[in-house]
Design a protein around this ligand. Sequence first.
Ligand SMILES: *Cc1c(COP(=O)(O)O)cnc(C)c1O
Length: 365
Amino acid sequence: MQPKPNIVHLPVYQPGKPIEEVKRELGLTEVIKLASNENPFGCSPKAVEAIKREVENVSIYPDGAAVELTEALAKRHGVNPDQIIFGAGSDEVILMIARAFLLPGDENITADQTFPQYRHNIEIENGVVIEVPLVQGTHDLKGMLDKVGPKTKIVWICNPNNPTGTIVTHDEVEWFLSKVPSSVMVVLDEAYCEYIDDPSFPDGLALLRKYPNLVLLRTFSKIYGLASLRIGYGIGRAELIRSINQVREPFNTSRFGQAAALASLQDNEFIERCRKANKEGISFLQGEFDRLGLSYFPAYGNFIMVDVKRPAGEVFDALLRKGVIVRAGHKHYPTSVRITVGSAEQNAKVIAALEAVLQELAARV
Ligand SMILES: *Cc1c(COP(=O)(O)O)cnc(C)c1O
């Protein structure tokens, strides 16, 4: 029995190493994972309460359309409920967009080092990926526009870009949208937008009112700290969201995810606290990288990409042995690792471990 030829070469997703596995393999008692951009402060206590309340309904299917959550978010974002679609994480929204829109041979434009799920789902649909190199770790929107042609179906912009952490500004995205034909969908993945208060960061919702070909992706996995409950969403023009809804599985999000997300929206204080701690964490890490003479990209999300000036795999392994899990393996940045901003304590630990590791590796020659 043969699978589809276009999936044979696809990698099985390699997650950040789980803490328990690292403890067991290396005989460590304490391990910190700063590899998957999870929230070091967990989630809102209001979300925990909502999850507990939902336990009694566990045998009953969820509301497939997530009506209550959709209405709450529509109100918050000033859009109509028919402009929002939920997925099992925004990962699934990416999958559904590809499934609903891509025909074999349709061209997609992405950065050359960005979130891997765009390419993954494009390839499953037999679409074509055209990669445009990042410039200083940042999307090159001019370069991407140059690649738009009659076969272009979707342009994928990850903002801030994972793994580099850089952003394109409101004016840059608006310029791009004003130039790109309205028949081309532009997906703006804003998984980390709640962390950002820089005034130059795009107001995606304002752009959505002007450009009907724009789709925004958001998630409850990052600042809201609900990664394991798999709940994210897309916002776009109603007609386009309807098409995505037509390929959605009937019960794609869980009761727990919906209830926890709804409760999280009522806890601004938690989000404020996480945003503030993240900013402090970024300043601390940048200061320490400066002290260690390491360069890094400007960080807008809850992660930072730092050039360790040695093969990243080597530094990854050495950090792992000290009980710190980071992310390496970035094709175009072979000497950089991506580190999630942790709690103050975790940030201090990652720096101490990195400093020791770099000294050990330099001494080894
Ligand atoms: C984490 C992440 C997502 C998806 O997260 P979900 O858990 O599937 O919602 C999407 N895009 C980017 C850029 C991410 O970093």
